[in-house]
Design a protein around this ligand. Structure first.
Ligand code: NDP
Length: 332
């Protein structure tokens, strides 16, 4: 197997020298394990956290170990686990071309229902994050206004489309005219956070204020949202991707008390979450959302990059918005 291992902990933006490519011999699959060939690797913002040894909800990848990640793989040797050769499965091979994995940890995929890459995005961990965070923490009511950024990505695009399906008014924020055009084409009001006066345009687009802000990015988007919160608004804190490469706090003034003042005066609910908290609800998510994806009611964008050797470069782009939709590496 060819694999990419973490060679050093990045300082700021990850660079090529923080990684190393190596070839290893995989052990034969043991009892209950299958040998798999990686077809697609998911690249996700959380991987920046795994490269770091700063405090986190999950332990870091050890130096010299392969980078982790969700994968769509093809069964090569089912090894009496009941998996047939050629079967496609969702697993956790990480950044490598082949893997040996426990069969009871794999989800079998049926390409006749939806394309298998959807298991990494709209119908995978990111889509589930959107559904679970919106439903359990956002708790949308019909007619409310929902704002979400990174809105062409797998989390944000699902938040926007579910909120609309659940009867809300949606304002989606994305970087650049191309991404905003994709949202427009799907009937979602879009604002470009890279164009001037986001705060003014957001105020104009949210005449009734904001009831739910699904926080994916932090930074300037959050600052534009803060004055628009309605009393009893909810803010599921899902991610803060604008800060993942940061090496120091932003320049002052410190706005903590402005934020807490709003939380107090407007009785805001600010609640962080990691999607694994809601893992019991995953079957319900798949049952509800798979048909919506299969019949096109929920649209999704995928940015598929060819070759594991492009993973580092593609991952660097993910944290600065160069990806157009769910970022996936086609491994083989
Ligand atoms: P995306 O595919 O949406 O990629 C990240 C996007 O963030 C970029 O494409 C870019 O979009 C946007 N972005 C980057 N920098 C900035 C910035 N400075 N200001 C505004 N936007 C920026 O990623 P995902 O959909 O996979 O993830 C979205 C968020 O959800 C991330 O914060 C991630 O960490 C979080 N997450 C949290 C989980 C949890 O359990 N809590 C689970 C999964 C994801 P654009 O060009 O439109 O600005």
């Amino acid at each position: 197997s060819t694999r990419i291992v973490l060679a050093a902990r990045p300082h700021g933006e990850p660079t090529a020298s923080d990684f190393r490519t190596e070839t290893v011999e995989l052990p034969p699959p043991g009892p209950g394990e299958a040998l798999l060939r990686t077809r697609y690797l998911s690249l996700d913002p959380y991987m920046r956290g795994r490269m770091s040894d700063a405090p986190s909800y999950a332990p870091p990848v050890a130096i010299g170990q392969p980078m982790v990640g969700a994968t769509v793989s093809e069964v090569i040797d089912g090894n009496d686990t009941g998996l047939a050769p050629g079967q496609l499965v969702l697993g956790q091979a990480g950044w490598q071309t082949a893997s040996v994995e426990r069969a009871d940890h794999l989800r079998q995929l049926d390409p006749a229902v939806v394309p298998p890459t959807t298991a990494l995005g709209v119908l995978g961990m990111p889509g589930f994050t959107a559904w679970a965070g919106l439903r359990n923490i956002g708790r949308p009511k019909r007619g409310e206004t929902v704002v979400v950024a990174a809105a062409t990505g797998p989390v944000g695009s699902v938040v926007a489309q579910l909120a609309r399906a659940w009867g809300c008014r949606v304002v989606a924020i994305a970087g650049g005219p191309q991404k905003c055009a994709w949202l427009d084409e799907h009937g979602i009001t879009a604002l470009d956070h890279r164009a001037p006066d986001l705060a003014g345009r957001l105020a104009a687009a949210t005449p009734d204020g904001i009831d739910i802000y699904f926080e994916n990015v932090g930074g300037a988007v959050f600052e534009a949202v803060l004055p628009r919160f309605n009393p009893f608004a909810r803010m599921p804190v899902c991610g803060l991707v604008s800060s993942y490469n940061a090496t120091e706090l932003p320049a002052g003034p410190d706005k903590t008390m402005v934020f807490l003042g709003s939380v107090l005066r407007k009785s805001l609910t600010v609640r962080g979450f990691i999607q694994t908290e809601f893992v019991d609800q995953e079957p319900e998510f798949l049952a509800e959302v798979t048909p919506l994806v299969a019949d096109g009611q929920i649209a999704y964008l995928e940015d598929i990059v060819d070759g594991l050797d492009h993973a580092v470069e593609a991952f660097r782009g993910l944290l600065v918005g160069k990806n157009r939709g769910k970022l996936i590496i086609k491994v083989s």
